[in-house]
Design a protein around this ligand. Structure first.
Ligand code: ADP
Length: 465
């Protein structure tokens, strides 16, 4: 027995195992027939012998295909939960490491653990990160992914047909997977999980409402009707937000109104984040491209770290990161000209809108930067930096508010004209930055400056204020 204890001690704790999975199929809603397919997989575990005796082949791998948040992970856990087997998971993006061999050895360790603790489900999220068709990967990272992919293939083959370790993988891009992965005996079963239907959404909302104090007369259909296009993860979030709303008001039940309000918040978030129309992407890209192209002309603002229109938390639509000399900034050492340049960058989106869309098709996405420009122009005047300065003493400032605003307006107009000039001189550059942004969503410093070099950035003479 001493030997057994020692052996148990030397055995490492499984690293990839998730303990205490108690997800059941009843926790996954709105999937219709798809659930039946997964119930069959549970039977491979519970009635494996019966399948084998009758010569039915047990698949080595199941591929769940569908957009993020539809419940792929949840389903894989439910399979393990219903079958009462262990659950091992990893995201394939973790395989893709800079160090050669790390990915492959992680795959090996993952399957080693799963085998030692069989029966088990191995869940691989984002399979496309490692399983991308080999020809599609260029550069040195490709070799590493090849090694990882090969290791994965070896592991999958090792369990083919045995039914004691079943791999479930998830992807949103089954179309780009390496054909070797989807050969018989590997991920030979694909299950497509679409976004939920109207009834599906009602069911999902109800599942998540089970553990919450809902009012008796909650109208789930009303909520489902206004959440077209949303996935389970978002619907689950609506219930959470509604619950917070209830708590804040000191009530004890969640009402339809709470849910509708929460749905609206989730919906607006979605508009900002994911479901931008192609026209919207273009406008946001123009917004950011204009700022970057104007900024690159100015000595204190041309250290552009990256340009992005990738959705992010918070309310910004896009982002141009200019690395500022912070010391200079906080010590107020920015020159008068730098402040004007800053204002010029902030009005660039509005100027771009005028050039590319025309006065009567202006959007409003530049509103935020226009606000920045306005307050910067005011500080400029109040700080005594304009030709006429009003910032000398506070007590008479109030009487001169109008004049200050007029002078700020004059500054704004001059900056606006300058932004327009720069943009007009650099139409080709702006348009290519827009195109690249729409394609890639983000441009690194290098990518942006490559374009600047290619098109050359024409710098009209600085204005004279
Ligand atoms: P995916 O793996 O497809 O990106 P997840 O399974 O991670 O999606 O879903 C995240 C969360 O959203 C789940 O934990 C669950 O709370 C909720 N959810 C998603 N789809 C469903 C569904 N069909 N039924 C119930 N809840 C769901």
């Amino acid at each position: 027995s001493g030997a057994r204890v020692r052996r148990a001690q030397s055995k490492r704790l499984p690293q990839y195992m998730e303990r205490g999975i108690d997800v059941k199929f009843s926790d996954v809603a709105g999937l219709g027939n798809i659930r039946l397919e997964l119930e069959e997989i549970v039977k491979f575990f519970t009635h494996g012998d019966m399948y084998r005796r009758r010569g039915v082949k047990i698949p080595g791998g199941i591929l769940l295909c569908g957009p993020p948040g539809v419940g792929k992970t949840l389903l894989a856990k439910a399979v393990a939960g219903e079958a009462g087997v262990n659950f091992f998971s990893i995201s394939a993006s973790q395989f893709v490491e800079i160090y050669v061999g790390v990915g492959a050895s992680r795959v090996r360790a993952l399957y080693q653990e799963a085998k030692e603790n069989a029966p088990s489900v191995v869940f691989i999220d984002e399979l496309d990160a490692v399983g991308r068709e080999r020809g599609l990967i260029k550069g040195s990272g490709g070799q590493e992914r090849d090694a990882t992919l090969n290791q994965l293939l070896v592991c999958l083959d090792g369990f083919e047909g045995r039914g004691n370790v079943i791999t479930i993988a998830a992807t949103n891009r089954p179309d780009i997977l390496d054909p070797a992965l989807v050969r018989p005996g590997r991920f030979d079963r694909k299950i497509f999980i679409p976004k939920p239907s109207l009834i599906g959404r009602v069911e999902i909302l109800k599942v998540h409402a089970r553990k919450k104090p809902m009012a008796d007369d909650v109208d789930y259909m009303a909520v489902a009707s206004m959440t077209e296009g949303m996935v389970g993860a978002e619907l689950a979030n609506i219930i959470e937000v509604a619950a917070i709303n209830m708590m804040r008001d000191g009530r004890s039940e969640i009402t339809t109104d709470d849910l509708l309000q929460a749905a609206q918040i989730e919906d607006r978030g979605m508009l900002d984040k994911k479901d931008r129309s192609s026209e919207m992407w273009k406008q946001v890209a123009l917004n950011e491209a204009a700022m970057a192209v104007v900024a690159v002309n100015f000595p204190d603002l041309n250290n552009i770290e990256f340009v992005t229109i990738a959705p992010r938390a918070g309310r910004e639509l896009g982002y141009v990161r200019v690395k500022m000399d912070h010391m200079k900034f906080s010590e107020g050492l920015l020159s008068r000209q730098s402040l004007l340049d800053h204002i010029t960058v902030q009005v660039a989106p509005r100027a771009a809108d005028e050039i590319w869309y025309g006065e009567d098709k202006l959007s409003t996405i530049w509103a935020e930067t226009a606000d920045n420009a306005r307050s910067a122009a005011r500080s400029f005047v109040l700080g005594g930096l304009s030709e006429k300065h009003y910032g000398l003493s506070n007590f008479w400032v109030t009487d001169r508010l109008n004049e200050i605003d007029l002078e700020a307006l004059r500054i704004l107009n001059i900056c606006y004209q300058r932004a327009k000039e720069i943009l007009q001189c650099n139409r080709g550059l702006v348009e290519s930055v827009v195109d690249e942004l729409i394609q890639k969503k983000s441009l690194s410093k290098q990518q942006f400056f490559n374009l600047v070099q290619k098109y050359g950035c024409l710098d009209p003479l600085p204005p004279n204020i």
